[in-house]
Write a protein that binds this ligand. Structure first.
Ligand SMILES: Cc1cc2nc3c(=O)[nH]c(=O)nc-3n(C[C@H](O)[C@H](O)[C@H](O)COP(=O)(O)O)c2cc1C
Length: 337
């Protein structure tokens, strides 16, 4: 209700300013303990996935809290888990602005942020000192200046850095905004990358006495055959979960919008159908490896459909921008697990 008044004001500002203002409000209200009122009653709907207990299956997708700065407020909204990042080994500014565009009539966004983040080391103290009770995943990527042939070095470096503070770690090989990143999804490339990272994780698990699950986040733009090969390669090499999916390069359904030609990944309502098509195939191919469903969850039925298709957890991003902070509680109340 309140958000229907705030949204037109927020949407007058450019998307990055609105993002900043929304987080100022969230953090202030969180300090005063008022955010729970926005969320409403959030019932427990516990699920156990990747060896982790989640209070409910509705998570925040990566990219909204890239630097792990807003965990308290986000947890108070009722999320069952929060994925921070993408964090890269070194800080980087991302692409020049403007780099995020609203397609309001389509309840969609196009973004080409390009992993703007302050780097792994900056986030570590906040992740270490966090008091939120819900699981926190850390999504890692490669720096833009690292040649793609050296991508594994960046993932290894980020994995070692965040290992102690993550409940699970996501290997992001599916952002459309880092040059050639999606090439890492080719079955041979992803097999090699996942094998190397799982081996390193196993060494860390031994030395630290704690095993942190690894998930791999894929794009919705692979054709059906390549998709199956990619999923098989990810699962055969020991990943603990697949996140399906990231934003799409397709402009299907939004072709005539003035922003449709902007480079970047499309998210929100126009992604729902494609994300579900991909999710269904990923769940089948992944067999016993759990899948986290993301993409175009704009209402309770969208989340329920992903769960019915076999996703063990789901994540939201664009839906929250359009529906407001009460959307998390609405989803948790509305879904059957
Ligand atoms: C502005 C923006 C930034 C994003 N940044 C990241 C990111 O840093 N890492 C990542 O893995 N996904 C990122 N994503 C993708 C989301 O996590 C999610 O996979 C995608 O938006 C589809 O879900 P949605 O339709 O609910 O938004 C970003 C999405 C948006 C809209």
């Amino acid at each position: 209700m309140l958000y229907s008044l705030a949204r037109p004001i927020l949407f007058c500002a450019d998307p990055e300013t609105a993002h900043h203002l929304a987080f100022v409000a969230l953090d202030t209200q969180a300090k005063l303990g008022l955010v729970r009122a926005w969320a409403g009653v959030v019932p427990k709907k516990p699920v156990h996935v990747m060896g982790i207990d989640f209070p409910n299956p509705i998570g925040l997708a990566a990219g909204l809290d890239k630097n792990a700065e807003h965990l308290d407020g986000l947890a108070q909204l009722g999320f069952g888990f929060i994925e921070v990042g993408t964090l890269t080994p070194q800080p980087q500014p991302g692409n020049p602005q403007p780099r995020m565009f609203r397609l309001v009539e389509h309840e969609a966004l196009i973004n080409r942020l390009g992993f703007n983040n302050r780097g792994v080391a900056d986030a570590l103290p906040r992740l270490t000192a966090r008091s939120v009770k819900v699981p926190v995943g850390v999504n890692i990527g490669k720096n833009a200046v690292t040649p793609i042939e050296r991508a594994t070095d960046d993932y290894l470096s980020a994995l070692r850095s965040v290992y102690a503070v993550a409940d699970y770690i996501t290997v992001n090989i599916s952002s459309p905004n880092t040059k050639n990143l999606r090439d890492l999804q080719a079955s041979k490339a992803v097999a090699k990358l996942v094998k190397t990272l799982v081996k390193e994780r196993d060494l860390l698990a031994k030395s630290r006495g704690r095993r942190v699950p690894l998930s791999v986040k894929i794009a919705p733009d692979l054709n059906d055959d390549d998709l199956i090969d990619t999923v098989h390669a990810i699962c055969a090499n020991g990943a603990d979960a697949i996140i399906s999916s990231n934003t799409t390069l397709s402009r299907s359904g939004v072709e005539s919008h003035p922003h449709a030609h902007e480079m970047g990944g499309l998210s929100g309502a126009p992604l729902t159908l494609r994300a579900d098509h991909v999710l269904e195939r990923v769940v089948k191919a992944a067999e016993s490896v759990p899948v986290i469903g993301v993409g175009g969850i704009m209402r309770v039925e969208d989340a329920q459909r992903k769960l019915d298709l076999g996703a063990k957890l789901v994540q939201i991003y664009t839906g929250m921008l359009y529906r407001g902070p009460g959307f998390v509680g609405e989803l948790v109340r509305g879904i059957r697990v």
